[in-house]
Ligand binder design. Structure first.
Ligand SMILES: Cc1cc2nc3c(=O)[nH]c(=O)nc-3n(C[C@H](O)[C@H](O)[C@H](O)COP(=O)(O)O)c2cc1C
Length: 206
C-alpha cells in the first residue's frame, strides 16, 4: 500500500481545491433561500454544510467569494439576519443544481428555475416547496476564514418543517424515504437509498 504525499502549500490553488472537495465526501447539501432587503427571493446550494450544535440547534455552511465579492446569499443573510436551509434530495436535484448558476442579483432563482415559494413562519425568506425539509434560521455568527476566502455562516434553527411522507413511525426522518443527495468531487453526486445499521457499543450511564 502506498500513499501519495501532498503538501497543500505546494499545490496549485485551484487543483488543491478540486482535490480537497473530491476527498471530503459525501457532503450533504443545504439549499439556502434568502431574500434581499427589497424582498427579492434568492436560492443557492451549499455543500460545505452541516449540523454544528445541538443546544440550541445550529447549522453552518461556508460561502466562498465570487470575483472577490460576497455571494448574494451571504449579502442577503448579513442584511436580514434570517434565512431558510432546505434539504436537497434526488427529487429536487436538477432544480437545486440549476439554481447554482451565476444569476445577477436582480434575478430571482425562484423565477429563473421555477421554484415554488412557501411562506416561512418565523423568518421573512420563503421556503422551497420542492424540498421536503426546511430549517428556518436566525443568523448567529459569521466567521471569516482564510485569505478573505470563505464566510462560515452559522444559524440558529428556530423552526423546522418536515413533510409527513419522509417521517418514520418513530417521528424521525427515514433516510430512504428522504433520498438525500450528497456532493462528491467533479460534478458527481451520491443519492442515499440504502441504509446499514451498526449498533454502537454500550454507552457509560450517568
Ligand atoms: C451542489 C453544489 C454545491 C455548492 N456548494 C457551495 C459551497 O459550499 N460554497 C460556495 O460558496 N458555493 C457553493 N456552490 C456554488 C453556489 O451555489 C453558487 O456560487 C451560487 O451561484 C451562489 O448563489 P448566490 O450568488 O445567489 O448566493 C455549490 C454549487 C453546487 C451546484
Amino acid at each position: 500500500m502506498s500513499y501519495r504525499p501532498l503538501e497543500p502549500d505546494r499545490l496549485d490553488r485551484a487543483e488543491a481545491y478540486k482535490l480537497f472537495i473530491s476527498a471530503v465526501v459525501p457532503r450533504p447539501i443545504g439549499w439556502v433561500s434568502t431574500c434581499s432587503e427589497s424582498g427579492l427571493a434568492n436560492a443557492a446550494p451549499f455543500s460545505w454544510f452541516n449540523a454544528v450544535c445541538g443546544d440550541p440547534l445550529m447549522l453552518m455552511f461556508s460561502a466562498g467569494k465570487r470575483r472577490g465579492q460576497p455571494k448574494d446569499t451571504t449579502r442577503n443573510i448579513e442584511a436580514l439576519g434570517e434565512y431558510v436551509v432546505n434539504v436537497a434530495t434526488a427529487a429536487n436535484a436538477d432544480k437545486m443544481v440549476q439554481s447554482s448558476a451565476d444569476y445577477e442579483p436582480d434575478i430571482s432563482e425562484f423565477d429563473a428555475v421555477g421554484l415554488t415559494p412557501l411562506p416561512a413562519t418565523r423568518v421573512r425568506p420563503p421556503r422551497i416547496a420542492e424540498s421536503p425539509i426546511h430549517f428556518e434560521c436566525e443568523l448567529e455568527q459569521v466567521l471569516r476564514l482564510g485569505n478573505d476566502a470563505s464566510d462560515v455562516i452559522i444559524g440558529r434553527c428556530v423552526m423546522i418543517h418536515i413533510q409527513e411522507e419522509v417521517l418514520a413511525e418513530d417521528g424521525r426522518v427515514d433516510a430512504t424515504r428522504l433520498a438525500p443527495i450528497a456532493r462528491l468531487g467533479r460534478d458527481e453526486y451520491a443519492v442515499i437509498r440504502e441504509v446499514q445499521r451498526i449498533p454502537r457499543p454500550p454507552q457509560p450511564t450517568g
